[in-house]
Design a protein around this ligand. Structure first.
Ligand code: FES
Ligand SMILES: [Fe+2]
Length: 391
């Protein structure tokens, strides 16, 4: 981990970030310190993770009333829970008595009971039980509900926003439906979820997923030949970038496993039935949406050089009804695991290089438009935050 200096936090960092905004076609990448310095991660927490919407993956991970997960959103402990009416809710995972964490892991609950002195909240976050508090002066349990955050569900995905007030989710997503409506995403179902920790910055994990440049070097025998030159990245409105490419066969299967291909999603036609759309919804959620399947990653920082990743694999609901679905899905899991295993050593090498005191901002090839667009968005958010600090 590099040690931050006044130089990094001062004029130099601003200049480096401004350079990213200077010229869309000639801009350098994100300053390397932003991948390696924990003080800059602290700035990211304010500039990015506490300002806008943060992707939580597919909302069918919490299908029933009472289903919950204790999440770590870039250092903020949060409870996500579906209430009895079926609405996802989010609360600070911090008891209103003396601050204990309330829940850990995943599960199903009827109420949220603090393990320390048993203050107990309902699934709306209201304080319902607090024994021995009768003599507390001017104490009204109605004033001690859990701190609540905004949650949104769209297209089968879930998002959380720590900011009050939250920006409108439909503004955040802009014209997302225009590029993704063909797949009828609310009808897709999760079949496998994996959690892992990776020794790289959260941004590099998502960047490599969104560029075609590394495919022949990193995935020569597994998937590279499936991906001819993609379309240009689409012109979008909203806080995301997306790029479609026709594939040679099915991108979600290894080159040697193409005979196990599942049918395309019902109703898909034309080019969408023949390729994959790679989308990155800023800041932290990305996926590959193929004709037959979708694999999704969320990455969140633990430290500047380590991130927590959730991988989710989905198929259209109709595909799950096929008699041999389970067997054929294994081939899809094998491909997604194999490509990830091939990427990880390169990400670790990249992290070591990014931590060099001599690392400098690089340039992008024509095969990395989504990485360049994220860099632009990122620089905007960080500069907005820095503008509140003295130069
Ligand atoms: S800290 Fe939760 S009941 Fe005391
Ligand atoms: Fe890769």
């Amino acid at each position: 981990m590099r040690v931050s200096t006044d130089l990094v936090f001062g004029r130099d960092l601003r200049q480096q970030l401004r350079a990213v905004l200077a010229d869309g076609d000639r801009s350098p990448g994100i300053p390397p310190a932003c991948y390696a310095d924990d003080d800059l991660l602290a700035l990211e927490r304010s500039a990015i993770f506490r300002k806008g919407w943060v992707g939580l993956g597919r909302s069918d991970r919490w299908p029933h009333g009472g289903d919950y997960s204790a999440l770590d959103i870039a250092g903020e402990p949060v409870i996500l829970v579906r209430n009895k009416a079926g609405v996802l809710q989010a609360f600070a995972n911090s008891c209103r008595h003396r601050g204990s964490r309330l829940l850990a892991g995943d599960g199903n609950c009827k109420k949220i009971k603090c393990p320390f002195h048993w203050w107990t909240y309902d699934l709306e976050g209201r304080l319902k039980v607090c024994s021995r508090m009768e003599n507390a002066i001017d104490f009204d349990p109605a004033d001690y509900g859990l701190v609540k955050f905004a949650v949104a569900e769209r297209h089968g995905f879930a998002w959380l926003c720590l900011a009050h007030p939250a920006p409108a989710i439909d503004d955040w997503l802009g014209d997302f439906a225009h590029f993704h409506g063909f797949w009828n995403l609310p009808q897709w179902r999760t079949t496998r979820v994996r959690d892992l920790e990776v020794d790289c910055n959260w941004k590099t994990f998502i960047e490599v997923f969104n560029e075609y440049y590394h495919l022949p070097m990193v995935h020569p025998e597994s998937i590279s030949r499936l991906y001819p030159e993609p379309d240009a990245a689409d012109q979008t409105s909203g806080q995301y970038t997306t790029q479609f490419g026709v594939t040679e066969g099915v991108a979600a299967l290894l080159q040697q496993s193409q005979q196990h291909a599942l049918p395309a999603a019902p109703g898909l036609q034309g080019r969408e039935a023949m390729g994959t759309r790679y989308t990155w919804i800023y800041p932290n959620m990305t996926y590959a949406l193929s004709q037959d399947s979708m694999w999704i990653y969320q990455a969140l920082p633990i430290t500047a050089d380590r991130c927590r990743v959730v991988q989710t694999i989905c198929f259209p609901a109709e595909t799950l009804m096929l008699e041999d679905f389970g067997q054929r899905a294994e081939h899809y899991y094998e491909r997604i695991d194999a490509a990830l295993a091939e990427d990880l050593p390169f990400l670790q090498q990249q992290q070591i290089g990014l931590a060099s005191s001599y690392a400098r901002q690089g340039r992008f090839s024509a095969l990395e438009p989504s990485v360049a667009r994220f860099a632009y968005w990122y620089a905007q958010q960080m500069l907005r935050q820095l503008d509140h600090r003295p130069e």
